[in-house]
Design a protein around this ligand. Structure first.
Ligand SMILES: Cc1cc2nc3c(=O)[nH]c(=O)nc-3n(C[C@H](O)[C@H](O)[C@H](O)COP(=O)(O)OP(=O)(O)OC[C@H]3O[C@@H](n4cnc5c(N)ncnc54)[C@H](O)[C@@H]3O)c2cc1C
Ligand code: SF4
Length: 550
């Protein structure tokens, strides 16, 4: 017998915010700063604020200065100013420093801070709560409430549903959180933002959004190897010339070192394994000498938006807006998006507060689109708009001088010799067939400098209730074996940084297995699956990684 539709409790707010990252929390704080009477709630799928936040991170404090000018007095966790900023091109055994004068001042990290973004978000959450914002960690927004063509809020995920879909004794239906306006701050490839994009045609007339996968480890270094304030960026080896990406290494705190690797998700070779590339990158002599003798204490991965200026979607739709990386405001050559996420959250908050003051509800916050277009976020993104397309079209070596030239002409004269380049095809469409692509041999992990996936996932403290529906939903369960395996050697086995996807060889033939409990919510599968067959939906509340200091 079919189960009766759930009876849901409902709560009303002026503004509902989906996602407790820098964008969502900055929006919440700004709303309360503008009018303490505005009721605001923030939903966060992680078990606590910051639990799902993974970033580099070098923070440009520009937006924080505007939001909370006395952040130093209030104890914001920005303790490591950048003191040394290096950029290298790696070959297999060598490293060539690239002089700073080759890039315009916009690339400089002077005045920036090395932070843990998850720790900063915890602090922002405390600031928001002190202003009266209601924060609900462990509550993923699972569905949209759409009435009369407008978004009226969201429904949180049901609790206590078994793997086969039946309701367990612990079943608790999700709640309706209704808002006069709903701000979507889900970060890169938000599950509801994706639906909103399709429903309201937000990407029409824009270039496709582009992404990278960022993998990161947190290390504790021996005293002599830790150089507090050092920022190191590298490109080149181990990636080949046609694959974009690179390494970052930030020394902060007393002995912390954040080391990570980004692979652009428009890579072509289905044999490529971003996790394997990251592990290899750490064996470069220039990196290995810093990490050797240290201890790895954290691991995680997250998609990063890379489309920039020409991929920013229409931001508003009836009843809501996209803010932060849900819309994709990362400045790719600077590898920075947190300040833009915060600023766009603040701009949306200002538009929402003005609308509420005027007695409006559920309409378009078009003032936010206009404010973004006039903001320093749009100005900065425009200056660097051709970096990603040049990199994709020319390959790393040839692109570097052209990107340098383009950044200079944009910075000095406000113009580009290239106009505004397009990105070409979306990331899921770039793979070549496996049979015409060279296989890549990755060395075995040594357990000191390089590791396997499962011991890595262990360090992310990822946890999901086992008896729940799989949150990686295959539109067609046959495709991984019938199409992806013969054509692309099922790349999910390699691009997933958490070992969620496996092809098991059985006597009856290959079988596709999904180990959903390992998922670190990076969203790469939703982006890169060549058949666009994997739909990432929110799992039961609180599930996922539990990042600390990431
Ligand atoms: C490897 C890497 C390195 C980076 N390095 C830097 C750097 O050095 N400097 C810099 O400025 N930027 C950096 N960035 C980019 C920066 O992290 C992002 O621009 C920034 O985090 C975007 O903030 P956001 O609030 O939009 O999204 P996020 O930080 O992704 O936060 C989104 C939040 O929403 C929650 N959420 C998502 N969906 C739901 C839902 N349906 N219901 C409830 N909650 C939900 C998530 O759990 C998360 O807490 C880096 C990114 C990566 C991946
Ligand atoms: S299953 Fe998808 S979202 Fe989860 S870790 Fe793997 S690639 Fe990332």
């Amino acid at each position: 017998m079919a189960e009766a539709p759930p009876i849901r409790e409902s709560m009303d707010y002026d503004v509902v915010i989906v996602g407790g990252g820098p964008a969502g929390l900055a929006a919440a704080i700004r709303l309360k700063q503008l009018d303490m009477e505005i009721s605001v709630c923030v939903l966060e799928k992680g078990s606590e604020i910051g639990a799902h936040i993974l970033s580099g991170a070098v923070l440009d404090p520009k937006a924080l200065n505007e939001l909370i000018p006395d952040w130093k007095d209030k104890g914001a966790p920005l303790d490591t100013p950048v003191s040394d900023d290096r950029f290298c091109f790696f070959t297999k055994g060598g490293a060539f420093a690239i002089a700073h004068f080759l890039f315009p001042p916009l690339m400089s990290n002077r005045g920036n801070y090395i932070v843990s973004l998850s720790t900063l978000c915890k602090w922002l959450g405390q600031q928001a709560e002190a202003l009266g914002v209601e924060i609900y960690p462990g509550f993923p927004a699972h569905d949209l409430i759409v009435e009369d063509g407008a978004v009226k809020g969201v429904i949180t995920g049901d609790l206590g549903v078994a793997k086969d879909g039946h309701r367990k004794d612990s079943y608790t239906p999700g709640m309706e959180l209704r808002g006069k306006y709903t701000l979507f701050a889900e970060g890169a490839r938000g599950s509801l933002s994706k639906i909103l994009g399709a429903k309201f045609g937000l990407q029409e007339g824009r270039q496709p959004q582009k992404f990278g996968i960022g993998l990161k480890e947190l290390w504790e270094l021996p005293a002599g190897q830790h150089k507090k304030g050092l920022v190191l960026h590298g490109m080149g080896w181990p990636l080949d010339n046609e694959t974009g990406g690179g390494l970052f290494m930030y020394h902060w705190g007393d002995n912390f070192c954040s080391v990570g690797f980004v692979v652009h998700l428009n890579y072509k070779n289905p044999w490529l394994d971003p996790f394997g590339e990251f592990q290899r990158a750490k064996t470069h002599p220039a990196i290995a000498k810093i990490l050797t003798g240290g201890k790895r204490i954290g691991y995680g991965a997250r998609a990063i938006t890379e489309g920039g200026f020409q991929s920013v979607p229409k931001l508003s739709f009836p009843g809501g807006v996209l803010i932060g990386c849900a819309a994709g405001f990362v400045n790719l050559p600077r590898i920075k998006g947190s300040h833009n996420a915060m600023k766009t959250g603040m701009l949306a908050a200002e538009a929402a507060a003005a609308a509420l003051k005027a007695g409006r509800a559920g309409d378009m916050l078009s003032d936010y689109d206009a404010a973004y277009a006039k903001s320093w976020v749009a100005r900065d993104l425009k200056l660097v708009r051709n970096a990603k397309p040049l990199w994709s079209k020319l390959g790393t070596l040839l692109a570097l001088p052209f990107i340098g030239l383009d950044l200079w002409t944009n910075s000095l004269f406000g113009l580009s010799l290239f106009g505004t380049l397009g990105h070409g095809e979306p990331d899921f469409a770039t793979l070549r067939p496996a049979k015409v692509s060279p296989k890549i041999a990755y060395p075995r992990p040594d357990g000191h400098l390089t590791f396997d996936r499962l011991s890595s996932v262990f360090l992310s403290s990822t946890n999901h209730e086992e008896d729940q529906p799989v949150h990686l939903v295959l539109k067609d369960p046959a495709i991984p074996i019938s199409l992806n395996l013969p054509e692309y050697a099922e790349p999910a086995q390699r691009y997933c940084p958490a070992g969620v996807y496996e092809v098991i060889q059985e006597s009856s033939g290959p079988r596709f297995q999904i180990n959903a409990q390992n998922c670190v919510h990076c969203k790469t599968c939703d982006i890169k699956d060549p058949s666009q067959n994997i739909n990432w939906v929110t799992p039961e509340g609180g599930g996922g990684p539990n990042y600390a200091n990431m």
